[in-house]
Write a protein that binds this ligand. Structure first.
Ligand SMILES: *Cc1c(COP(=O)(O)O)cnc(C)c1O
Length: 362
């Protein structure tokens, strides 16, 4: 007799390794490893969570109607076309489990967000990773990888960890060339940070087609990563599928309250975006001045390129010695790089100072 065993492909999944948050022995750490917003939790959201505490003996509203109305109001969307999740990861799992499965391939780019591979493999799909060009998604190569077996294509825009972005027209042309049976998932986790004119987070493409969805999150600019709230905007048929498969109470009472309040926080997104644009530039220029290559980024992070794995590892160790935690990205096929979140002015200064010291003596 043997013990219980999962489907064989489950054991091919590498457990997701999150950005670390503490360094043993350090009394003060600067955490720039998980792309959390630079300004913490919106004050109104903190207040809303405190107020919601008295209600947590009740199950949450499983339809999250108030939150969907607030999202609809904010972006001019029909709340009936929105589904909320316990983070956008929750929704990514639902897409993979509902539309993927054995014999149903999933296509993603080589350095795309790691959860697509985890969730796709879990669903029983073959996950095809398509090589990129200069760390930018290669849409022609993605199209070439799509076959009659493909059911899902994931595009993170901007992408984590590369920071690269696909323009609006290229994305619309890509969608038009994809077969109708392929669901295109546009993961716009960093949408609020993008300032480029040719960016479209996916709302227009979802409206223009019946086989495109856009996912968004409260984990980045809205400062609620620990609450686990995300949402998607989707065609009615996809909304119907998600409402059958998702956990019936997937977004908690506190998370719903926090998200609604975060949307109402005056000037929060504008402040986060303006800070990010300025300090991403300061960090990029600071590192380049120290002789470190930095890839262009539209997100709230940059990808620093050290050329070799040894150098990237040494830089990581050097920063840790100074209490600064960044993200190694070997699991993304980029062992010679480090991903660094745009933090506060003080954190940014400490990071530039640290890596300048490393470049000089390290
Ligand atoms: C951070 C991130 C998410 C957000 O995940 P949540 O589950 O909403 O916290 C989704 N996609 C990408 C590409 C990300 O970087």
């Amino acid at each position: 007799m043997t013990g219980p065993s999962p489907r064989p492909e489950i054991l091919a999944i590498h457990p997701y390794v999150a950005g670390e948050s503490t360094i043993e022995g350090a009394n003060r750490t600067v955490k720039l490893s998980s792309n959390e917003g630079a300004f913490g939790v919106p004050p109104g959201a903190q207040e809303a969570v405190r107020a919601a505490l008295a209600d947590v003996f009740r199950y949450p509203d499983g339809t999250a109607i108030e939150l969907r109305r607030a999202l609809g109001k904010r972006w001019g969307l029909d709340p009936a076309r929105i589904v909320c999740g316990a983070g956008s990861d929750d929704l990514i799992y639902q897409f993979c489990l509902a539309y993927g499965g054995p014999g149903r391939d999933i296509v993603m780019s080589a350095h795309g967000f790691a959860i697509y591979q985890v969730a796709g493999t879990y669903a029983g799909s073959r996950v095809i990773k398509v090589p990129e060009r200069d760390l930018c998604i290669d849409l022609d190569a993605m199209l070439a990888a799509v076959s009659a077996s493909t059911r899902l294509v994931f595009v993170a825009n901007p992408n984590n960890p590369t920071g690269s972005m696909v323009g609006k027209d290229a994305l619309a042309q890509f969608r038009a060339k994809l077969p109708a049976h392929v669901l295109l998932v546009l993961d716009s986790a960093y949408a609020e940070y993008v300032t480029r004119e040719d960016y479209e987070p996916g709302i227009e493409l979802v409206d223009a087609t019946d086989n495109t969805v856009m996912t968004r999150t409260f984990s980045k600019v809205f400062g609620l990563g620990g609450m686990r709230v995300g949402w998607c905007y989707a065609p009615p048929a996809v909304v119907d599928v998600l409402n059958r498969t998702r956990g019936p109470f997937n977004v908690s009472v506190a998370a719903q309250a926090a998200a609604i309040a975060a949307l109402e926080e005056p000037g929060w997104v504008e402040k986060g975006r303006a800070h990010n644009t300025e300090y991403r530039r300061i960090m990029t220029e600071g590192l380049r001045a120290a002789g470190i290559e930095v890839w262009p980024s539209e997100g709230n992070f940059v990808l620093a390129d050290f050329g070799t794995t040894e150098k990237a590892d040494a830089a990581d160790a050097f920063l840790r010695g100074r209490g600064i935690i960044v993200r190694k990205v070997g699991v993304y096929g980029l062992p010679h790089c480090l991903r660094i979140t745009v933090g506060t002015p003080e954190e940014t200064a400490a990071l530039i100072d640290g890596l300048t010291g490393f470049a000089r003596h390290g």
